[in-house]
Each structure stands twice: as structure tokens, then as C-alpha cells.
Design a protein around this ligand. Sequence first.
Ligand code: UDP
Length: 328
Amino acid sequence: MGRYLVTGGAGYVGSHLVLALLDAGHDVTVYDNLRQGHRGAVPGAARLVEADIGNARRLDVVLSDGPWDAVFHFAALSLVGESMKMPFLYFMENAAGGIRLIEACVHHGVTKFILSSTAALFGNPERIPIAENERVDPGSPYGESKLMIERTLHWAGKIHGLRYACLRYFNAAGADPAGRAGEDHTPETHLIPLVIDAALGRRPEIFVFGHDYPTPDGTCVRDYIHVTDLADAHLRALARLDAQSVTYNLGNGAGHSVLEVIRSVERVSGRKVPVRMGARREGDPAVLVAASDLLRSETGWLPKYAELDEIVRTAWAWREAHPGGYGD
Ligand code: UDP
């Protein structure tokens, strides 16, 4: 059994990793300011510290209560569009906050660190699917803020021997297949929950951001990966850290357009989704699809929920069962 600290563990991806850690019999402490995370997303078996990663004193107290087998870092602002309007907020909260956390981890003798990184590091990639050696050139302050943390880990590794995993994920989607956790953002900006809400009649329509992209149907193509498969990849990356630090791209390897996602929700729900075609959203690349070969070959990871309809089915089930999300 290991002892793990999970920042942002009350958030969407973090909460699914917490479930995976608990299912594997580990001891888990969630460190979350609950601004985007939810108290209800933290299972009773995990400890919750309600604090900000910017709170150096609190972080110090928690990290002193070691030893920690690893720290998983999810706590972050994560909206590309918002970061295009408020770059400094993203540099302060994500980059500076992450750098301070890494320094504190090194100070307290933490030897393994797993970062929730992003495909937004690849602004307009030259080759699709995107491999780990693709040129990094973030298209937004959000992506840039994660790159700054990755670079900090690189130096913390070189100078202090910290072992780290940078997991650059594509579009996290779906919900715990057992229905214990799901996606609840306020405001919701992500495609799948918004399309589901349009199908449920909880919003009048889905607005498609751009239909003049150089893609088969003109709408953006993304690599939707099930959040439980993501959680599993974190555990496998953690195991790799016994040998070396790693950077993995994490996706299904199959791209789906915005219109394909809408059709999938219609198939799964049996309902019609009202659609309105609109202008592009700033900062959106046309296509983001991952080559996850390195993760697969080095850790044996395989997505269990690879089909778009399966992903949408779990998202639909959770959203239908929890119309008010976690209810906070
Ligand atoms: N999208 C859309 N309408 C919406 C929300 C999203 O057309 O109301 C598109 C968006 O332009 C992108 C894709 O859906 O191409 C996925 O967007 P999301 O915000 O879910 O994730 P992102 O790719 O930005 O991380």
C-alpha cells in the first residue's frame, strides 16, 4: 500500500484517479481548494485537505506529514479560451503555483511527481497523430503554463533527482463506469456534457465553434479519451518511475469531429440535438490526435473504453443520474 497526495483530487480527472488509487488499496489525501472541485467528488475513504496550492504554510504542513510515495498534481485552471483573455492568471496560478509545489516536494523529500499536462502544448502540430517528439509550441497561455511546469520538473530531475511523469492528455471525457464520479464544471465549457445537456433539453442547442476548418466535415477534430483509462495510465506511469522519468502523450489515437460527437450523443440518447453552426473559438487548433505508442509499449496500457459511443454512454449515464452535478 502506498501513500499518495493528489492536488486537484476533487476535480474531474483527479477524482477518477483517486478512485483508481483507492480501488488498488492505497491511502489517499486530496489537496483541493474546492473552487472547481467538489466535496462530493472525494470518496469517504480519502482524506480531504481544503486548501490552495498557493498556501505555502498549509502545503508545508501537509508535505511534512510524510513520507509520500508520490504526489499527483492536477490542481489547475484549464480553459484555453479563458487563458487567452487572462494570461497572467494562468501564469500565476498554474505555472507559479506548480513551481512552488515542486520546490516544496523536493524540500520535503518527495521523490516521485506525476503531472497532469496537456495536448495544448502542441499549438498547431505539423504531424498528426502527435508523438512525444513533436515540436512543442503552446497555442495558449494555458498550454504555456503547463510547459513551464514540465520544464521545472526537467530541472528538478536533473538537479535534485526528482522522478517525474508528464502526462499530456488530450480530451478527457466520460465518467466512472460504476457511476461513482463524473464531470461537473461551472460553467460547463466542454463539448460532450454540453451536447448531452442539449439532448436533455437543459440548453436550447449546441453551438459549433467553426465549420470551416481543414477537416473532413469542417469542424474541429479531437482525441476523446475515457477518464478511467486516463486514471489507469497514471498508475502505469507511476510504476515506470522506478526506472526513469517519462513523458507520454495520452489519447485514444482516434480523432472525432464535433459533428461526430453530436451524432454519438444522438445515438446513445435516442434524442435529437439542436445544432447551431457558429464562428471559431480563439485558440482552437483544427486537429489534435495523440500517438500514444510510447505509453502503450512501455507500460502495456490499452484503453478499455476506446469507442466514442462507450465514452458518451458513461457520460450520459452520470449526467442523467446527477442533473445537478455534485449538488454544491
Ligand atoms: N466545442 C464546440 N462547442 C462548444 C464547446 C466545444 O464546438 O460549445 C468544440 C471546440 O471548439 C473543440 C471541441 O469542441 O473543437 C472540444 O472542445 P472542449 O472545450 O470540450 O475541449 P478542448 O479541445 O478545448 O480541450
